[in-house]
Design a protein around this ligand. Structure first.
Ligand SMILES: [Zn+2]
Length: 300
């Protein structure tokens, strides 16, 4: 995988109990592709690239945690392709052409015989560039037949024509970038308020804070489930041990902390399987509670 080191402006511009394992789905690798079954639903995880970001982007992280994390913190950029019923659903689209070294999703889909025109739905966890970038190419990235699902508050926030004047000047280019990518998609976007059943075992679940309508996706069938949490947790190196650690691009850091802690508590109590965008590929596992902290237990 390609590592790309970005400065802060570049990313602002773009980003805009003990656990039982008996019920856990098994992850198989076909080539480099991690695939698992949630009941009858098949979920494959793709990587669009990785970011190396400075520790200073976690502004309230404890000094010893930052020192242990090293000079840069590498984060993944994962997407999920879900086959359920008659539908082929992509969750997030990666950074696409927005950064050098990214856009790997496109070749990976082709290498796995996935025609982007066959994708019926694209679910967007939130509208930062590393999640909507794959829609930035000509013809909306080739997802020409897909309905695009996004939380209503998320869509409303980023497409507000007055947003530039309401936000700090350093966000102007980010906002204009997001608006230029999504403007051609408006007639294919379906917005959803609150928790929404999208059918075929998928539910859009608000997990706000990182952005105003940031949402995860619960994938469930039979007695299995996988909770995709998007950017509700960014850094496996810092935010399991101390979930109060905030991230530079959280639009409401305090709300993001509350959301993360509630999620980690639920996941630790249930032993449920989850997947996150920025945990190192394939970015899936369980959470174990350890006092006020949490420990990540990767499953692959
Ligand atoms: Zn992200």
């Amino acid at each position: 995988m390609t590592h790309v080191t970005l400065n802060r402006r570049q990313v602002l511009l773009t980003l805009g109990a003990s656990l039982g394992t008996a019920l856990l789905p098994k992850v198989s690798f076909a080539g480099e592709l991690a695939t698992l079954r949630i009941g009858k639903i098949e979920v494959s995880t793709f990587s669009d690239g990785t970011f190396d970001i400075p520790p200073a982007w976690f502004p309230n992280a404890q000094p010893e945690a930052l020192a242990a994390a090293g000079e840069t913190i590498t984060i993944g950029v994962n997407q999920w392709l879900v086959r359920s019923g008659a539908r082929l659903i992509l969750i997030d689209t990666g950074a696409g052409p927005l950064f050098p070294g990214f856009g790997q999703l496109e070749a990976l889909l082709a290498a796995n015989s996935v025609d982007k025109a066959d994708i019926t739905d694209v679910i967007i966890t939130h509208m930062h560039g590393d999640h909507i970038g794959g829609l930035a190419r000509e013809n909306s990235g080739g997802f020409v037949n897909a309905k695009i699902h996004v939380n209503k508050a998320e869509w409303g926030f980023w497409t507000d024509p007055d947003l530039v004047s309401k936000m700090p000047a350093e966000m102007t280019e980010t906002i204009q970038g997001v608006q230029s990518i999504v403007a051609p998609l408006a007639d294919r976007v379906v917005t959803h308020a609150g928790e929404t059943d999208l059918g075929d075992g998928l539910t859009l679940v608000p997990m706000v804070g990182h952005t105003p309508g940031h949402s995860g996706v619960r994938i469930a069938d039979e007695d299995k489930s996988l909770l995709v949490i998007g950017d509700a947790l960014l850094s496996e190196a810092l935010q399991f041990a101390n979930p109060e650690t905030t991230y530079l691009l959280d639009l409401d850091p305090q709300q993001a902390v509350e959301t993360r802690i509630a999620l980690l508590q639920d996941l630790a109590a249930s032993g449920g399987l989850f997947a996150a965008t920025h945990i190192a590929y394939p970015g899936m596992g369980q959470v174990e509670r350890k006092g006020d902290s949490f420990v990540f237990k990767p499953i692959a």
